[in-house]
Design a protein around this ligand. Structure first.
Ligand SMILES: Nc1ncnc2c1ncn2[C@@H]1O[C@H](COP(=O)(O)OP(=O)(O)OP(=O)(O)O)[C@@H](O)[C@H]1O
Ligand SMILES: [Mg+2]
Length: 391
């Protein structure tokens, strides 16, 4: 239902914390075109970037485009499963359900998975957001059963594409989680299966660059399995213009330089850019204003820092003293030259080897990330909090 209010008052045009749809999607034209082309050609693509750069949004957008071209599309988040068998179940379910009418699900699942006899459950009244169709493999007990099941499930995309005479595109998101399941055997089984599936494109998207890069190393199954896309940040000038134009299109008047200031404060991490824009928009809207400037941005930043204070304080208190000192120095020195004698003296840091292990610990905890030889705090709000609230 469209109410008077919906017509008069545009919604907040900025989205964060979920996959962005067409309207809030900035740039990525070259990446979209390339990924779509590779998937349609049946390539096995690796998509790698640090967290919150926009992998899932890009993948979703490309799959939507492929679906319009009659490609069967399937998307599964590997990290959502708590076990290998759980992953196989959710993957098999997604494959079987791809554009299959509910009336045909049972027969289709039976035909496809004869050899492993799944248990099917149909829920007449599913919870919101839950599927009405679940699939389990209760007979699978030993490691050998699991391996046999995996081979069967990993072969499914090829069989489905052949049976339906359609090309298929499969996205396995948070793919780095696969390494936790079952030593190297999962990688072997999956690689062996996908390489003969000519009609099926795969994108393996992962957000822990070091884990993903290791998986592509010379002694691992996925070595040279397909093209690797390393997703970079969005070009800052373009992103800034995009932000300004979204403010304007929603009836506000951004002061010149606002988009640029947002992108800069967010260290150009897409999630952080959208968060600052979204929250600033809300505050200005609540104030009943149309003009938005850098002052509004700073007022919003102050509010957000206040709201996050407890969370940041807890995170800070979990750090060792050396880690705190290194984190603070990293913020104040813009992430450079942290091992140099000069910086260590200025910030009373311990010996270089201790600085190094503190940095490694901060990286492991995802508090810090590395970009072109420089260390950055992953969350730009946390960076601002450390700069202002710690000593
Ligand atoms: N092309 C884009 N244009 C505008 N904003 C974007 C774009 N891509 C991502 N974002 C912003 O970044 C946020 C994170 O995007 P997304 O979840 O796709 O990233 P991700 O790389 O999959 O992150 P994670 O590693 O945490 O899964 C989105 O909610 C959105 O705010
Ligand atoms: Mg993601």
């Amino acid at each position: 239902m469209i109410t008077y209010n919906d017509v008069m008052e545009p919604d907040n045009p900025f989205v964060y914390g979920e996959i962005v749809g067409a309207g809030a999607f900035a740039d990525r034209d070259a990446e979209r075109a390339r990924l779509a082309r590779d998937l349609a050609a049946g390539q096995k693509v690796f998509l790698i970037s640090p967290r919150r750069y926009g992998k899932s949004s890009l993948v979703r957008d490309v799959l939507r485009g492929l679906a319009r071209r009659k490609v069967l599309t399937v998307e599964v988040t590997v990290a959502s499963s708590s076990s290998y068998i759980g992953f196989l179940e959710s993957y098999a379910r997604a494959l079987v359900a791809a554009e299959t009418p509910a009336s045909r699900l049972r027969r289709w699942a039976g035909e496809l998975l004869q050899a492993v006899r799944p248990e099917l459950r149909f829920d007449a009244d599913p919870l919101p957001g839950k599927s009405r169709f679940a699939l389990a493999f209760p007979a699978v007990k030993t490691a050998r059963d699991t391996a046999r099941l995996a081979a069967e499930v990993f072969a499914l995309p090829g069989r489905i594409a052949a049976a339906r005479r359609q090309r298929m595109a499969v996205a396995l998101d948070e793919f780095q989680a696969i390494t936790a399941f079952d030593g190297g055997s999962v990688e072997h089984a999956l690689r062996a299966a996908v390489q003969d599936q000519r009609a099926v494109g795969y994108v393996f998207a992962g957000s822990e660059p070091s884990l993903m890069e290791r998986m592509l190393g010379p002694r691992r199954p996925f070595y040279k399995a397909g093209p690797v896309m390393r997703l970079e940040k969005i070009e800052p000038g373009l992103f800034a213009k995009f932000i300004d134009s979204r403010f304007s299109a929603s009836g506000m008047r951004p002061e010149p330089g606002l988009g640029e200031a947002i992108v800069e404060l967010a260290a150009n991490v897409p999630y952080d850019v959208q968060r600052l824009a979204h929250e600033t928009w809300d505050d200005v809207k609540a104030g009943g204003r149309k003009a938005v400037g850098v002052e509004n941005l700073h007022a919003t930043l102050t509010r957000l820092l206040g709201e996050q204070h407890t969370v940041f304080e807890e995170s800070w208190q979990r750090l060792t003293l050396a880690q705190r000192a290194v984190l603070r120095a990293l913020v104040l020195e813009d992430g450079r030259e942290l091992l140099s004698a000069d910086v260590r003296t200025r910030h009373r840091l311990p010996v270089a080897s201790s600085v190094q292990s503190a940095l490694a610990a901060l990286l492991r905890q995802d508090i810090v990330m590395k970009e072109e030889g420089r260390y950055l705090v992953s969350d730009s709000l946390y960076r601002e909090w450390v700069a202002r609230k710690t000593y």
